[in-house]
Design a protein around this ligand. Structure first.
Ligand code: S3P
Length: 458
């Protein structure tokens, strides 16, 4: 078996740009989009979804929903209907479930499939094949699933068979991870009795919110200083419920940081989810002195959303505590870019989980910043960036290692660096933010195919 061939790399270049201006609509949240499809599959009836992120990662989950017996049908832009089979009703998939680049899709679907008496094979691209899966499989095995085969080190391709009857467990996650938590809770849906997940640091809670939205009984209690204990009563009847997906704060992060560092910028990003378990970046940037205003905050579809007005200004380096990491885990690459333009040093603590994302993000960020002439070092699990006080040389090429967020972060850097910046491959941006390049151009950012060779040039 070989990973699906990756499309030919397409370099992109960003050049120093005039002030960014205007309003932008960021695509739907990736975490909620995956979950919307999977909850739709497990519910009885028809779930209608609006604002679904139509990125490659989420489309893979839609394929998996179909392979497992559900209907996932696109009705219009971001508008989908999902017809579920109900808990316990999954069908044996005919072929391999290929998740491409998608960690969340593969891991959450593993929780769903491994709690049913079916055999499913999971695979993905070269990036996903490097990512650890034991952290998901271990609790699922405790619930009765069996690993039929796996690649070395517990990686994809991996085949797992679910038991006749899934056992409820009490599980403490070894690292704060919403993916592990969600896989166990989704499996717990098909277990009689109560499944409990304990986390030492609270991670994003979209699964818990959607469980309730679909009629399941979930009790969430505080645990220790920053943690939570989540208990789900198994085998509920999930009732189909409409889902409005808000804009993804992890995608909004890119134009937001661009507006902070390109002098004179003033933009508004509409309808961005501001769930406190996702907004560590906004808190950190505000500590750095950023001007980010939340306008018109409102409740939509069980989440708080707001329009974010962002204006450029000077930033100062800060010390980012390790316990903030779960609420901004995907935002470190672009925070490091903001730090490169700040005054003084920014220390980001406790980033070991960055090593197992779509790429080794700790290394990829350090290498890219070094290529842009920024002072950077890694000390243990900490990343330390020395800011240039508004001045970054740029002009290099960042290696993206099949990682969408590395590509977008360094394109953002290129909009404000003296000599711009080039990334070796922008194709992966389509996994989470397919409209990134046109949207940035619309706001006034100078990004295009990086065909000139060498640096981005000025
Ligand atoms: C996600 C959880 C995070 C995050 C990922 C999406 C989710 O991963 O990095 O992009 O939707 O549950 P971990 O929970 O493994 O940290």
């Amino acid at each position: 078996m070989s990973a699906a061939p990756h499309a030919a790399p397409a370099p992109l270049a960003a050049r120093p740009s005039g002030p960014l201006a205007g309003r932008a609509r960021i695509p739907g949240d990736k975490s909620i989009s995956h979950r919307a499809l999977l909850f739709g599959l497990l519910a009885i009836g028809e779930t209608s979804v609006t604002g679904l992120l139509e990125g490659e990662d989420v489309l893979r989950t839609a394929d998996a929903v179909r392979a497992l017996g559900g209907v996932a049908e696109r009705l219009g832009e971001g508008e989908w209907r999902v017809v579920g089979v109900g808990i316990g009703g999954l069908q044996q998939p005919a072929g391999v479930l290929d998740f491409g680049n998608a960690g969340t899709g593969s891991r959450l679907t593993m929780g769903v499939a491994a709690s049913h008496p079916i055999t499913a094979t999971f695979d993905g691209d070269a990036s996903l094949r490097k990512r650890p899966m034991r952290r998901i499989v271990d609790p699922l095995v405790r619930m009765g699933a069996e690993v039929v085969s796996e690649a070395e080190g517990g990686r994809l391709p991996l085949t797992i068979r679910g038991p006749r009857e899934t056992a409820p467990i009490v599980y403490e996650t070894p690292v704060p991870s919403a993916q592990i938590k969600s896989a166990v809770l989704l499996a717990g849906l098909n277990a009689p009795g109560k499944t409990t997940v304990i986390e030492q640091e609270a991670s994003r809670d979209h699964t818990e919110r959607l469980l309730r939205h679909f009629g399941a009984e979930v009790v969430v209690e505080p645990h220790g200083q920053h943690g939570r204990r989540i208990t789900l009563t198994g085998q509920p009847e999930l009732r189909a419920a409409p889902i409005a997906v808000p804009a993804d704060p992890s995608s909004a992060a890119f134009p937001l940081v661009a507006a902070l560092i390109v002098p004179g910028s003033d933009i508004v990003l509409d309808n961005v989810m501001v769930n406190p378990l996702r907004t560590g970046l906004f808190a950190t940037l505000r500590e750095m002195g950023a001007d980010i205003e939340e306008l018109n905050a409102r409740e939509e579809g069980g989440e708080t959303v707001a329009d974010l007005r962002v204006r450029a200004g000077t930033l100062r380096g800060v010390d980012v505590p390790a316990e903030r990491a779960p609420s901004m885990i995907d935002e470190y690459p672009v925070l490091a870019v903001a730090a490169a333009f700040a005054s003084g040093e920014t220390r980001m603590r406790g980033l070991h989980e960055l090593r197992v994302k779509e790429s080794d993000r700790l290394q990829a960020v350090a290498d890219g910043l070094a290529a842009a002439g920024v002072g950077v070092r890694i000390e243990g699990d900490d990343l330390i960036v020395t800011g240039g006080n508004g001045e970054v040389r740029g002009g290099g090429t960042a290696a993206t290692h099949l990682d969408h967020r590395i590509a977008m972060a360094f394109l953002v850097l290129g909009l404000a660096a003296r000599a711009g910046m080039r990334v070796d491959d922008g194709t992966m941006i389509a996994t989470s933010f397919p409209t990134f390049v046109p949207l940035m151009r619309e706001l006034g950012g100078d990004i295009d195919a990086g065909l000139q060779g060498g640096g981005a040039g000025a």
